[in-house]
Design a protein around this ligand. Structure first.
Ligand code: KG4
Ligand code: ZN
Length: 363
């Protein structure tokens, strides 16, 4: 007999309003639709996400995104098995908008509501895209998150390490802002770095002197600002080549740091399992220099580096629907008391990480 689960997923925890319909048919995922309405234009002038603007835009766009996702999937709302929604962590105004929208839909069709931790959505994506089994090692690296996780099941995650301040994507965005490149900064810094000399500026590789897998990226941004200010003082401004060299030197510092910490994370993970899967997700995973360095490390350990297609690596609702499928099939559903949570550690046992960046809580 065919075993089919169909879930509508909703995501609105940062600056993307997203809705998707995903099915699991005999164990395999089928993304029937995945709609993402970005808000870059609204935040561009500020060089980062403005929570109030984001929340208002989510409230305006959520029902439109949901309708589009249903039409594109050719599934009627009343035929989905449940509604999964990001209920944290993230910018609270957006999360509340998504949860309220999902509650309304679930009540309307009298189907279960499933609250999803946004980080769990990212962490389970490789199971949707590559049908891998538990356990596997995961690096979540985006504008709001940076952590190494041992993914043991749909409810069990061991945090092996994470950033104690900024996430790398945030550092890319701030670098772009400091150099007047625009927003979001990651792709612009990567583009500028292509023509740059990564050895010209010796930026720090923070916390590499510590044996653990924790990371810090805020000092890097300060070092870059100092280098820029010195150039301005000495030469009256920065040239196109200076800009490219600064970007290339910054990018390689982030890549080296992530690679060395990945090396240690794999060493720790290997002690607990025979699994050879290392997955990476989040917007920063789009960076080819970073991905190459991670690939080298994976190869060194005889691991496979899995990086889901970019559209499922960055914020999207297909990953939320998929996480909903995993919880639904384990009998884990919520009710109308589901609350929106600004902070929600994925690993309940781990101590809280220090700090919280502009895009919300890190862990
Ligand atoms: O996962 P994502 O779409 O959203 C969250 O932050 O959750 O990631 C967006 C982040 C931004 O900070 C952006 O600058 C960064 O990912 N990013 C990149 C690249 N493309 C996007 N960072 C470095 N290199 C890239 N090519
Ligand atoms: Zn995310």
């Amino acid at each position: 007999m065919t075993d089919i689960i169909t879930i509508l997923g909703i995501e609105s925890s940062c600056d993307d309003t997203a809705a998707a319909v995903v099915q699991r048919i005999n164990g395999k995922a089928l993304v029937l639709s995945s709609v993402v309405v970005g808000q870059e234009i609204l935040h561009e002038a500020y060089g980062g996400v403005v929570p109030e603007i984001a929340a208002r835009a989510h409230a305006e766009q959520l029902d439109i995104a949901v309708e589009k996702a249903l039409v594109q999937s050719d599934i009627k709302l009343e035929h989905v098995d449940a509604i999964a929604v990001t209920s944290g962590p993230g910018l609270i105004g957006g999360v509340v908008s998504g949860v309220m929208c999902a509650k309304g839909l679930a009540a309307g069709i009298n189907k279960p509501l499933i609250g999803i931790n946004h980080l769990v959505g990212h962490a389970l994506t490789p199971r949707m895209t590559d049908t891998i089994s538990y356990p596997y090692l995961m690096l979540l690296v985006s504008g709001g998150h940076c952590q190494f996780l041992a993914v043991l099941s749909e409810t069990e995650f061991d945090r092996i390490g994470g950033t104690i301040d900024d996430a790398p994507g945030e550092a890319f965005d701030k670098t772009a802002k400091l150099l007047g490149l625009g927003y979001p900064g990651g792709p612009l810094v990567e583009k500028a770095a292509k023509n740059g000399d990564p050895t010209r500026f010796k930026f720090p590789r923070p916390l590499l002197d510590r044996p653990d897998c924790n990371m810090s990226f805020s000092g890097l941004k300060t070092a870059l600002r100092r280098a820029r200010d010195l150039l301005v003082k000495e030469k009256g401004g920065i040239s196109y080549q200076d800009q490219s060299d600064l970007c290339a030197s910054f990018q390689i510092a982030v890549a080296d740091t992530l690679a060395e910490k990945a090396n240690r994370a794999i060493d720790i993970f290997k002690k607990t399992t025979d699994s050879k899967n290392f997955a990476v997700a989040g917007g920063v995973a789009a960076n080819t220099v970073i991905k190459k360095e991670l690939e080298n490390i994976a190869q060194k350990h005889n691991f496979t580096l899995l990086s889901p297609p970019l559209k499922y690596c960055t914020d999207n609702a297909a990953m939320i629907a998929w996480a909903g499928i995993e919880r639904y099939s384990a009998g884990l559903v919520d009710d109308m008391t589901l609350a929106a949570r600004p902070r929600w550690p994925i690993d309940h046992k781990a101590k809280p990480m220090l700090g919280s960046g502009k895009k919300g809580a890190k862990a």
